[in-house]
Design a protein around this ligand. Sequence first.
Ligand code: 13P
Length: 257
Amino acid sequence: MRRPFVAGNWKMNTTLAGGQQLAAAIAAEVGSSTTVDVAVCPPFPYLTAVKQSLGSSSVGLGAQNAYFAKSGAFTGEVAVGMLKEIGCNWVVLGHSERRQFFGDTDELINKKINAVLAEELGVIFCVGELLAERQSNQTEAVLDKQLTGGLAGIDAAHMAKIVIAYEPVWAIGTGVTASPAQAESAHLFIRQWLAKRYNQGVADGVRIQYGGSVKADNAQELLSQPNVDGALVGGASLTAEQFLPIIRAAVQVAGSK
Ligand code: 13P
């Protein structure tokens, strides 16, 4: 059984006070429950304060990016060790916005994944196709390329620390959600890819989140799909009113799947 994992990617949003309030509300909802894994991924400057707001709850803390070097002359970058030191549990890597706007290539993402694994933190590794790629039937080829590049040289044992987030780019921030069938089909492809590249045990164990306009009203149906193990939520993770129902949907699904 894969425990559902709901993570909020706040992207470049919230204020310090707003982020703290949001984190406190999520912590109050989740408490010490472990039916579903929940994490929030605030902007870098708020990580420490948000960590405090999460208190002793089981809500995890994720960063939205990291650099692969341990330290040095890399102006503007953040090392994984620094994130570990302040209590981060997760690092989101390969997000389509990083790929699109900041030039993160499969090769660079692979180096970053290795750096996170070296510090024994968890990775949320994002993959997903553009609209034009879906329309030209390239979805599986794109996923294959991103998975092959991002996970190059990473052995089966390390896959226990990796969560894959399938985020079709055309569904991110657009209000257009992949249908449950479209999500399930891509997730099944990813799981079969993992079985071929590693083994069935790895494929059965790795959690695959769906991301792309997940909201309170579509979460339950998406999360009910056999190969959808959680959600990586952008816009709807920015208020407790929208995010808490998604967590509740995951809790319900966890009991029935
Ligand atoms: P939205 O939920 O705003 O579509 O964003 C999804 C996403 O990119 C999460 O990483």
